[in-house]
Design a protein around this ligand. Structure first.
Ligand SMILES: *Cc1c(COP(=O)(O)O)cnc(C)c1O
Length: 496
């Protein structure tokens, strides 16, 4: 299995190279040259395995240049007992007839990013040994809140790596900020930037592709890689849990082998839902993928009209990990739907860069509307959904609530009762303030940890241990930088 670049289909590299580089030299994203197929027999076999063995099987189809021992080492390390606060790792909860919530947030940082970011450091260090022996890998991360913490936790004190995280000063929750600024580890650093997530992501992409910076790093025996969902090593672990959820639905007698399901995903950078699309390309029986957005509904409009237009107001919402106007992974979908036409992808991305918008061809628009449904909701509807669901017996965070609301709208509109998996992407405690407000009204007069306690008293849902511990941790990182100063900040930190 080799990997091509979305911006140059002639580029062809091994998975180890794709993972260690993160992004292709000309700025494209790595994609598998074809999709390995899983048959219903394979799915039947997988349904009798635990998560770790399902993961090993799926990974082995994509990472064909990794040995079996290497894959075992990576997966056993990432998902070993105790790292996740539930034994089945990706926990499927049936809430009503045909509707399931896939809780992906039982990992160390309480967001679904752990599913991939616990595995990525293993994949990356094995890949780097194969392809770029001896160099220190520098992980640069732009985060809307959850990736940053999950990456810090995954990479802390991993030999041969350093990690630097940039987050938008005003764009993350109090809990997310605390999680990052108290991060332990000798190889980590964290910076706030005066800008939004798109500024952080654009800044990081620019540094990645800057030849002078790359040279300076090489002189110091370092190289960049990415832990953002542009890295193939972030996406491939996410395919696993959709296949796994399907297996669990068979085991719970909700579906029979071969039945189709819908998958509904609260979406920002389009990584999580793209992984569901890839699972479908592999042969997982999927009917519709439902793309749920918050008030930053650029993807809803794109899926409905075929025009991607980021020239619009940027809203700071109570589901901050979805406050994104440039969804990087959409590029991978376009590459696939255009029949691997990197010229077209270049044209669209160029137009996005210069004018903030592009329109895809009619045949692609057609394909998109066959596979995807889309919807969005605002903060008021998100809070109403949290309250309504809690009254019915399920507590969700703000991001998951967006997906639930969009799912309900979709079912009401289309009358499609296909059994559904809704990806649940964060613990309610990670967004205590907004969740509490939805349940009890505004409580801004009390501290973040009092809110956690009050949410516990109100719901009796256990508080994740890692969040409980934050209260007494020392703040290690206080620096904020201008968005135009990110490159200097990186070089100053690395080359002393
Ligand atoms: C990152 C994140 C999302 C968005 O996922 P993408 O892969 O960027 O689309 C949704 N919810 C939460 C809680 C997240 O952390």
């Amino acid at each position: 299995m080799l990997y091509n670049s979305t911006r140059d289909s002639k580029v062809s590299v091994t998975s180890a190279k794709a993972i260690s580089k993160g992004i292709s030299s000309e700025g494209g994203l790595f994609v598998p040259e074809s999709f390995p197929q899983i048959t219903l027999d394979d799915i039947n076999r997988l349904s009798k395995m635990d998560y770790i063995n399902r993961a090993k099987y799926i990974l082995s189809l994509y990472l064909t240049d990794f040995t079996e021992d290497e894959i075992d080492y990576c997966v056993n390390g990432a998902y070993k007992k105790g790292k996740f606060e539930c034994d089945d790792i990706a926990h499927l909860v049936n809430i009503t007839d045909g509707c399931n919530i896939l809780e992906l947030w039982h990992g160390p940082t309480c967001a679904f990013k752990d599913m991939a970011l616990q595995l990525l450091p293993f994949l990356l260090t094995v890949a780097a040994k194969k392809t770029c022996g001896g160099k220190t890998i520098v992980i640069l991360v732009a985060t809307s809140g959850d990736t940053g913490k999950a990456a810090l936790e995954g990479f802390k004190d991993v030999p041969g790596t350093k990690i630097m995280v940039f987050y938008p000063e005003q764009g993350v929750s109090q809990m997310q900020k605390l999680q990052m600024c108290t991060q332990e580890g000798e190889n980590v650093s964290v910076f706030a930037i005066k800008g939004n997530f798109d500024d952080a992501q654009t800044g990081v992409k620019k540094i990645f592709t800057d030849k002078d910076v790359a040279e300076k790093l090489a002189e110091n025996n370092m190289m960049f890689s990415s832990a953002n969902s542009i890295n193939w090593g972030r996406l491939v672990p996410q395919i696993i849990y959709y296949v796994s959820a399907y297996c669990d639905m068979i085991n719970n007698n909700q579906i029979s082998l071969g039945d189709k399901i819908n998958i509904d995903v609260p979406t920002g950078n389009f990584g999580n839902i793209l992984a569901a699309y890839y699972a479908m390309k592999m042969g997982l029986p999927v009917n519709k993928l439902i793309c749920a957005s918050n008030a930053n509904n650029v993807l809803t409009d794109f899926i409905k009209t075929g025009t991607y237009d980021r020239n619009r107001h940027f809203y700071t919402t109570i589901s901050p990990s979805m406050d994104i106007l440039i969804s990087s992974n959409l590029e991978r979908l376009l590459y696939d739907l255009s029949g691997k036409n990197s010229d077209k992808v270049n044209k669209w991305m160029d137009s996005l860069n210069k004018t903030g918008k592009y329109t895809v061809d009619d045949d692609i628009k057609e394909k998109i509307s066959k596979i995807f449904a889309a919807g969005f909701c605002d903060d008021i509807q998100t809070k109403a959904t949290i309250k309504d669901m809690f009254d019915k017996g399920y507590l969700s965070d703000t991001h998951t609530a967006v997906a639930i609301k969009v799912y309900k709208d979709y079912v009401a509109d289309k009358n499609d009762n296909t059994p559904t998996v809704i990806a649940s992407t964060a613990s309610p405690y990670k967004f205590s303030s907004s969740v509490l407000e939805a349940l009890c009204g505004n409580c801004d007069d009390i501290s973040e940890f009092d809110k956690v306690n009050k949410l516990y008293e109100t719901t009796k849902m256990p508080v994740p241990k890692s969040l409980q511990k934050l209260k007494n941790k020392e703040i290690r990182f206080k620096i904020s930088c201008e968005k135009d100063d990110m490159e200097n900040t990186v070089l100053n930190e690395l080359i002393k």
